[in-house]
Design a protein around this ligand. Structure first.
Ligand code: ADP
Length: 461
């Protein structure tokens, strides 16, 4: 039961409310008691003043004579007494007279000049009694004792205590029920979320919560969950496509090898014929090796397993090295390779990976440019970035293909480029290398007007 947030939330809420209510009730009780107490004492003082104003003197002894005190003492709710300086009673209207026990100590204190207050229980009432001196020319000539019932005072406090005793548990009970209800209402979308989330499995990531929730914490959680599933779905789909594409790419050269071997084995042949078949097989195996190497690179890149060296690299040297490596292939196809030397650009990067990136771009440029065309290479810096540009005079890439050429296995013209040995992985590896160096790669092209690839790399200084 305590594993439910609803129960725990309600419990916390009720405990907190109980504490707040206790402090509040205690405060109200103490405040009211203090207030009533002050009122009662004020009333006693007033009564003492009234009695004092009515005092007359016979032979120097204070007395009330025939004076009338307001209120009916028969109710037993109040009384007044007057004493002379020797402590003898000269007036007493407690009913019956003398019903209120005489507090000798209080009287002695009053006759010596100080007032006292006390609470006394009579047969009928709980009385608050004030005993105060009567002075004449600053000499104490007697004492007045007035008493008022504490009945109202106590009754009010008792009523309040009773009200608190009844209201306190009822309030807590209602608050607990309300708390359970409200917590349930607030958390019910989470239950829904859990139910739907359970139905989403690795095999079927097409499901979404799609809960129609307001833009609050739970709503945001549900939407974030949906976005996460969408990303997972995307990643799973890409993974499946990658596996399917990779298998397909691997099958093609393997089928070719198998076909060549079977045909060769059908009957005895001249050594030259075997040699031809073996050359063809060798060619396919080369393709397979390149393909598997690319696949391995991408798989390890995905897993973050390719260590990227951070060494000082001279960009111009990397570009010229790459150019020298493709020069034989270019001249074999009578393609001109123009290098425009740029400024001295040094960056912290992985030498081998950068070389592979530039080589990929140059390979493509040479591969796709028809004989007699030209490939232009340049480097430089722009906005705190290092730049490498490779442009060619080949067929270019049409706008509908341009956004996809960096995708894995994407080839504009499958048959034509496969013959050239490409599996559509070169540019995706290139993009990974650029991004691993905090950079990017982009392509611009108009069909028929050649293509320009630009690599931007972060400069550390
Ligand atoms: P591949 O290994 O097949 O060349 P890439 O990933 O390097 O794969 O390139 C993807 C596709 O982009 C190529 O199949 C090709 O259609 C297109 N492409 C790349 N470079 C050029 C270029 N310089 N000129 C025209 N098309 C290009």
């Amino acid at each position: 039961m305590f594993r439910s947030i609803r129960v725990r939330l309600t419990l916390w809420y009720v405990v907190l409310l109980a504490a707040i209510l206790a402090v509040f009730s205690g405060g109200v009780f103490l405040g009211l008691r203090e207030n009533l107490n002050t009122n009662l004492n004020d009333s006693l003082d007033n009564r003492a003043d009234i009695v004092r104003s009515l005092v007359s003197y016979e032979d120097g002894r204070p007395s009330l004579g025939g004076a009338d005190i307001p209120g009916d003492p028969l109710e037993g709710e109040h009384f007044a007494r007057v004493f002379d300086s020797s402590g003898d009673v000269t007036f007493d209207n407690s009913s019956p007279a003398g019903a209120v026990p005489l507090d000798q100590d209080a009287l002695t204190t009053a006759l010596s000049g100080a007032a006292t207050r006390a609470s006394t229980e009579t047969s009928r009432e709980q009385l608050r009694i004030l005993t105060t001196p009567i002075r004449q020319d600053s000499a104490v000539v007697g004492a007045i004792q007035v008493g008022l019932s504490e009945g109202d005072f106590r009754e009010t406090l008792n009523t309040l205590t009773l009200m608190i005793a009844i209201a306190y548990p009822i309030t807590l009970l209602v608050a607990s029920a309300g708390g359970v209800f409200l917590a349930g209402r607030a958390l019910s979308p989470i239950d829904r979320l859990t139910r739907v989330a359970r139905q989403i499995t690795g095999e079927d990531l097409s499901q979404r919560l799609d809960l129609d929730l307001p833009d609050d914490e739970v709503g945001r959680l549900a939407r974030t969950f949906d976005e996460m599933i969408a990303r997972l779905d995307d990643a799973f789909k890409r993974q499946r496509r990658f596996t399917a594409d990779a298998s397909h790419e691997l099958r093609t050269p393997l089928t070719a090898i198998k076909g060549q071997a079977e045909v060769a084995l059908q009957r005895d042949r001249e050594p030259d014929a075997y040699k031809q078949v073996l050359q063809a097989i060798n060619h396919e195996v080369d393709r397979l090796i390149r393909l598997v190497a690319s696949l391995l690179t991408l798989a390890r890149a995905d897993a973050g397993q390719i260590p990227i060296a951070r060494e000082a690299v001279d960009l111009g040297r990397v570009v010229t090295d790459a150019v020298e490596q493709v020069r034989p292939a270019a001249s074999a196809r009578t393609i001109r390779l123009d290098v425009q030397p740029g400024p001295d650009v040094r960056l912290v990067a992985d030498d081998d990976l950068l070389l592979q990136l530039v080589l990929n771009l140059l390979d493509n440029a040479v591969k796709f440019t028809p004989a007699g065309g030209s490939v232009n290479v340049s480097w430089g810096r722009e906005d705190r970035q290092a730049l490498v540009c490779v442009s060619d005079t080949g067929p270019g890439i049409s706008p509908e293909h341009l956004p996809h050429i960096f995708e894995r296995f994407y080839r504009v013209d499958g048959a034509r480029t496969r013959a050239g040995g490409g599996a559509g992985l070169g540019l995706s590896i290139g993009r990974w290398i650029a991004e691993a160096h905090g950079g990017s790669i982009s392509a611009e092209s108009m069909p028929g007007e050649g293509a320009t690839f630009t690599v931007r790399l972060a400069l550390s200084d």
